[in-house]
Ligand binder design. Structure first.
Ligand code: NAD
Ligand code: UDP
Length: 312
């Protein structure tokens, strides 16, 4: 067996912790780098006994030197309330983090994967979203620090590939949920589940007719692993998400049903630039990676509800 050395930035976050777990399970050596802005040691504490796991407190906006075979660059707050808390830091994390990880990959000849997002499509005018769509993004709005930061990071990845032959992979992740989302993370699935479990009001922003397509975290991790292992000529960007689309009201109703909650639904103002619809076209992932999601919403919600029951 070949034991690869893998660096995961943002490894103590929700997605990163599942990725570290999976990489270790496959027999790799994992270095998890995080500044604990939205992630927590708690997410990876169960991995600390593994001699092939290492935890490093570091900020990706600062250079980092290490010898590894592969880099998964996930460091960046992902929830709107967290990425809008310090927007300058958010865009610095995406852009300087990308430059630092690409510079490292170039020097040590590592393969590097960027965790990009469906947010690069903004409030899309093409539905479902295909990778060739350039997006409809406000450059000066509330979400811009995240959206434009991730778009600039994609540009940097593609240019390092063209100019310096760095081996890159770009994954565009659609809304993902599952165990280890932070209960105060502010994203819709965790908010609704925590509210439902406490029989508190379920907060729907706007009229709840906006849509999202929710992917269970295990499906995302499978997509990430397959993309990293794919042939060198395939760089992406590639959409990884579950194409089943739901309105936010439908999600609220499902969560109430599955938790047996007595919560009421209340309306709150819709944040500006909140995308009205989102659904991935996953033809490219199917063709290039033989990937498609396996866990549908109810099943994934049940597993996530069980997790939140165990911690709240
Ligand atoms: P998360 O907030 O749980 O994880 C992000 C991690 O990055 C945290 O552990 C945080 O502490 C760390 N981090 C933030 N800034 C950092 C910095 N400057 N230096 C070092 N570490 C830093 O979010 P997540 O849902 O796990 O998202 C992981 C990645 O996937 C992010 O890049 C996000 O943009 C991307 N993504 C996630 C989703 C989703 O639905 N979960 C969708 C699209 C894209
Ligand atoms: N949302 C909501 N109530 C909440 C949290 C979010 O209605 O308590 C809505 C939000 O306005 C958006 C959708 O749910 O339309 C998804 O929000 P999230 O922050 O999870 O992700 P993103 O907007 O980045 O897709």
């Amino acid at each position: 067996m070949i034991r690869k050395k893998v660096l995961v930035t943002g490894g103590a976050g929700f997605v990163g912790s599942h990725l570290c777990e999976r990489l270790l399970r496959e027999g790799n050596e994992v270095v998890c780098l995080d500044n604990y802005f939205t992630g927590q040691k708690q997410n990876v504490v169960h991995l600390l006994d593994n001699p092939y796991f290492e935890l490093v407190r570091h900020d990706v906006t600062m250079p980092f030197f290490i010898e590894v075979d592969e880099i998964f660059n996930l460091a960046c707050p992902a929830s709107p309330i967290h990425y809008q808390y310090n927007p300058i830091k958010t865009i610095k994390t995406s852009v300087m983090g990308a430059i630092n990880m690409l510079g490292l990959a170039k020097r040590i000849k590592a393969k590097v994967l960027q965790a990009s997002t469906s947010e690069v499509y903004g409030d899309p005018k093409v539905h479902p979203q295909v990778e060739s769509y350039w997006g409809h993004v406000n450059p000066i709005g509330q979400r811009s620090c995240y959206d434009e930061g991730k778009r600039a990071a994609e540009t940097l990845f593609v240019d390092y590939h063209k100019q310096n032959k760095v081996r890159i992979k770009i994954i565009r992740i659609f809304n993902t949920y599952g165990p280890r989302m932070h209960p105060n993370d502010g994203r819709v699935v965790s908010n609704f589940i925590v509210q439902a479990l406490h029989n508190k009001d379920i907060t729907i922003y706007g009229d709840g007719s906006q849509t999202r397509s929710f992917q269970y975290v295990d499906d995302l991790i499978e997509g990430m692993i397959r993309l990293m292992a794919s042939g060198e000529e395939f760089t992406g960007p590639v959409n990884i998400g579950n194409p089943n689309e739901f309105t936010i009201i439908e999600l609220a109703e499902k969560v109430i049903k599955l938790t047996g909650s007595k919560s009421n639904i209340v309306r709150m103002p819709l944040p500006s630039d909140d995308p009205t619809q989102r659904q991935p076209d996953i033809s490219l992932a199917k063709k290039e990676l033989g990937w498609e999601p396996k866990v549908q919403l109810e099943e994934g919600l049940i597993r996530t509800i069980d997790y939140f029951k165990s911690i709240v």
